[in-house]
Structure formats: C-alpha cells, structure tokens
Design a protein around this ligand. Structure first.
Ligand code: OSB
Ligand code: MG
Length: 368
C-alpha cells in the first residue's frame, strides 16, 4: 500500500461513572485516534495510552508527540508498506508501544479493508462471539461495590474483576463472595499496588477461590511474582509486566505467571498480541483479552483478538454502555453475556461522523 497521510484526532469521552484503580481515577477518556489514508482505503487506529503515565510510562500527549515527530515520518520513508512491515520500520525507536500499536492497527485496518478481509479472519479467530467480563473499580464503600457488581451480574457479565489495593482487598472480596456466591467467576487486579513484603497478606485471598490475581507487584518485579506464586494458591496473572511475546515466554519460564492478560497496546500491536497468544498456547498458559476503556474502534479489534483459540477465559471486553453513554461507533451490546465478533472488512466498524465530531477536541493532518 502507498500511504498518502495520517490524521491524528484527539477526542474527549466522559465515562458513565468514575473508574478508580490503585493508580488513579479516570472520569473522562482522552483518546488519540489515527486515520491512515491510502490509495485504496482508510484505516482506523486507537491509542490506548491514558492521560497520565500512571498505568505505564506512556501517556497520550507523549504518544501524539512521538507519532508525529518520529513514527509517522519513519513510515513515510518506506513508500509502499503493509501492516507486517510497520513494527520493523518502527523498531529503531525505543519503547512507545502503545503509540506504535495504534499506527500498526490503522495500517492493518486499511490493508484489510482494501482486501475485503476481516481482522478476526486475519488473526485466526475461531468463534463468532466472545464471553465478556467486567472490571469493577474501587468504590468508597462495600455497599456501593455490591450495588455495582449486582448491576453487572444482572446485565449478564460472566466474570467479575475487582480492582484492589492495600486497604481494599480481603473485605470487598469476602463481601462479593458472600452476596453472589461461589459460582460467580471472580478475579482481582492490583495494578502493581503491593510489594513482596505483602506476601502473607495476599495469601489471605486464597480461601475465596479466585480465578486469578492480576499484577500484584511492580511491572519490573517478574522474579517477585515467581516467588509470590510459590506461596499463594491464587493463580498469578501478569498484565503490566508482559510487554512482548519474549517477555511472556520469560515470565512463563520463571514461573511468574500461570495466566496472561493480553493487551495489544501494551505489547506494541495486534500482530505482537497474536504472538503473545501463540507463546502462551504453546506453554499451555490460558490468556484473556484485557481492556483500556476503549471506544468502539479498539473494542472491535479486541473482540476479534479475543476470538482466538487460546483466549479461554472471559476478557475485559465489556459492552459500550459500561463505559460511555454514547460511543463513536455503533455500540457493542451484551447478548447473553457475549459480544459479537465483527465480520465486516478490517476492524469491521467505523466512527459515526456526527458522534466523532461531537467529541473531537483537536485534529492534525500529516502528509506522507
Ligand atoms: O489494569 O486492566 C487494567 C483500565 C485502564 C488501565 C488498566 C486496566 C484497566 C481495566 C479496565 O481494568 C479494563 C476495561 O474494561 O477496559
Ligand atoms: Mg490489569
């Protein structure tokens, strides 16, 4: 494909409710979208970086900066290229995986639309709908949490993930188990809020039969997760630490995780995300699709990824209305606890022009 240019578009989308984690509270999503224009088709990319460097070192202003100053110009030097050539072309630039992932997603979407092939088909999907979980933020009281979880269970979500941090862990987990019973699939996510010194404390979650505990320790403390996994009975799942297929292979070899959360943005794109899936499948390690409060664009691609055979656990691929009152695409609607895998060419969805305009705060066009 010959790229003619890339549009960077910033949008501001209010969340239906504040989303509190151990690293901060999000009330509105400041998202960077990319629109790649080629002779044959256009493609959409969504950058999952948050507004501040609190989940990872990336943040949305930095992503926009590195894309416009380094990554997009590097593609310009290539003349013709396809999605498989994007990561190698960007490899000289260290880090910035979320920015790279957004650019690769847009090129891949354009390429697949031009060829009339779907993302699901391209990645190797084996299902036409995927079971969905929901990530529930930290609340100001256990009562408020039980109301929120009750609403999601009533809506049909097949798995509940509670955000935890020191001071909000054993009690909320106990309360949810007591109210909703042992049959609800329940897991927790600490977003690195604990240290190795908290091992005894984290073992207090053992009696609750959790599916997994996600990223209790620092992103760089892979060995610490291996030590922790020897002591606690809850399976350890890594999110922040898994930045590539190689990182996944290393973590598995070390015994640092029994389950992996796959987020395409965190690993540099959907093609690397598929390699993470493949490495985990080869080791018999179950994976599930994480989320970053995506709009319908990123959600469409995530749902396609979640339809691969190794995604044997429900993901954080919730319906649009869990996040936004109005999405920029046709909303993803939960049906019997599942979302449909888009089958149309590319990511299979596109922004609704009026909705997109209504939330746009800035656009920039870069010619190639
Ligand atoms: O750690 O999985 C996480 C949201 C933003 C940043 C990090 C995480 C999350 C979530 C929400 O847990 C997942 C979603 O529903 O999109
Ligand atoms: Mg997580």
């Amino acid at each position: 494909m010959k790229l003619s240019g890339v549009e960077l578009r910033r949008i501001q989308m209010p969340l239906v409710a504040p989303f509190r984690t151990s690293f901060g509270t999000e009330t509105s999503r400041d998202v960077l979208l990319l629109r790649v224009v080629t002779g044959e088709a256009e493609g959409w990319g969504e950058c999952v970086a948050l507004s501040g460097p609190l989940y990872s070192s990336e943040y949305v202003d930095a992503a926009a900066d590195v894309l416009s100053r380094f990554l997009i110009p590097a593609l310009a030097a290539h003349g013709r290229l396809d999605a498989n050539a994007v990561a190698p072309a960007l490899a000289p630039f260290k880090g910035h995986r979320m920015a790279k992932a957004a650019l690769e997603m847009a090129v891949l979407d354009a390429e697949l639309r031009a060829e009339g092939r779907s993302m699901a088909r391209e990645l190797g999907a084996v299902r036409d709908r995927v079971p969905c979980g929901v990530s529930v933020g930290i609340m100001s009281s256990v009562g408020e949490l039980l109301d929120a979880v009750g609403g999601y269970v009533d809506a049909g979500y097949v798995r509940v993930k509670l955000k935890i941090q020191p001071g909000w862990d054993v009690e909320p987990v106990r309360a949810v188990r007591e109210r909703f019973g042992d049959d609800v699939l329940l897991q927790v996510d600490a977003n690195t809020a604990y240290t190795r010194a908290d091992t005894r404390h984290l073992a207090r979650l053992d009696p609750f039969g959790l599916l997994l505990i996600e990223q209790p320790l620092d992103e760089e403390d892979v060995l610490g997760h291996a030590e922790l996994a020897k002591v606690i009975s809850t399976p350890v799942c890594l999110d922040e630490s898994i930045t590539s297929a190689r990182a996944a292979a290393d973590a598995i070899s070390l015994g640092a995780c029994a389950i992996v959360n796959v987020k395409p943005g965190r690993v540099g794109g959907y093609l690397e995300a598929r390699r993470v899936h493949d490495v985990c499948a080869a080791h018999g390690v179950p994976v599930w699709c994480g989320g970053m409060l995506e709009t319908g664009l990123g959600r469409a691609a995530n749902v396609a990824l979640a339809a691969l055979p190794g995604f044997t656990l429900p993901g954080d691929t919730s319906a649009s209305d869990r996040y936004y009152r109005t999405d920029i695409t046709a909303p993803f609607v939960l049906e019997d606890g599942h979302l449909p895998v888009p089958a149309a060419p590319g990511i299979g969805v596109e922004p609704i022009p009026g909705e997109l305009e209504a939330v746009t705060t800035k656009t920039q066009w870069l010619s190639l």
